[in-house]
Design a protein around this ligand. Sequence first.
Ligand SMILES: Cc1ncc(COP(=O)(O)O)c(C=O)c1O
Length: 355
Amino acid sequence: MTLIPHSRPSLGPEELRAVTEVIQSGQITGGPVVAQFERGMAAYIGLHGGVAVSSGTVALELALRALGVGHGDNVILPSYVCSAPWLAVQRVGAQARLVDINPITYNLDPHKVRKARTSRTRAVIVPHMFGLPADLTSLQALEIPLIEDCAHTLGATEQGRAVGSVGTLTVCSFYATKLLCTGEGGMVLSNDEALLERIRALREYDKAPSLNAGAGNSKLTDLQAAIGVAQLNQLGEFLDKRSTLAGLYRDTLPAEMFTLPAVPAGRTHVYYRFVVRLMKGLQSPDEFTDYLSRLAHRGLQCRKPVFRPLHRYLELPDFPCSDEVDESAISLPLHPSLTEDAIRQAAQILQEELR
Ligand SMILES: Cc1ncc(COP(=O)(O)O)c(C=O)c1O
């Protein structure tokens, strides 16, 4: 039985060379390579600058701190996302207001954001889920500061605009299996130099004349940034490969069994994940769990796209779209090192195990 892994970093000679050069330089903590990575990411998205940090979760926390969000404030975020955005809101002492998603795009529903806003809403965290930009146009019209969470999505566009270029602040994650990885790592980017300067003062202690309890040590190292620069140079190739493999899934999976990822007009998808939903009635929630284990038995590593929606952790009612997606969505193997044969094999197993 051959294993078809769900996700895997794409690392090769470029990364090895870049890391070796940093080691030979003797300067391994944050230095010129971090600065180069920050400039490269800002140029890629089309923003003024970026501040590299130790993770995407830290990037979210520092973005909120830079906006002055704290006790008595609330921040809107979707229920269908990993717990990192919720944790960042807790860290700054604000209240998280969860809203349901659009079950077709898996992204925040702007109408529900409008309903959830209060006079104390200071920001909306907008994760662009699985490679598809959220409806930035409708969200922008609400005139609440947006923190674009690009942990899943780089290189996609919404109405011709690069994802990450629209919000007040943008955060990235460079965790090992992300579109672009550094092992662990993150970045906050913006066109607003004053906000970036605040984040620089928060990521490193003894950077400001007065003590700030929100500051800490959240730096990225040159070793990590060297991998990031090498990955950024290959990001176009990585995205092309993902797009080819996604096209193959689209050609192979029958529409009467699987709902394939939607790409609304005016948006592009970069397929960080290829998330499908089983057509209604094919499996009950219990059978769905069983289906996932049968796939694993055949060597096909599929995952629930979100480990546990936030409202389920928090035991909050009335998130019907998140529930519906949670009970029927599967993330299929997709990463640049997968072969086309592996995709065909995966598609076959997915159909066989449904019968
Ligand atoms: C949407 C989203 N935001 C933030 C994060 C947190 O990133 P990190 O794991 O680098 O802390 C993740 C993690 O995968 C994520 O999926």
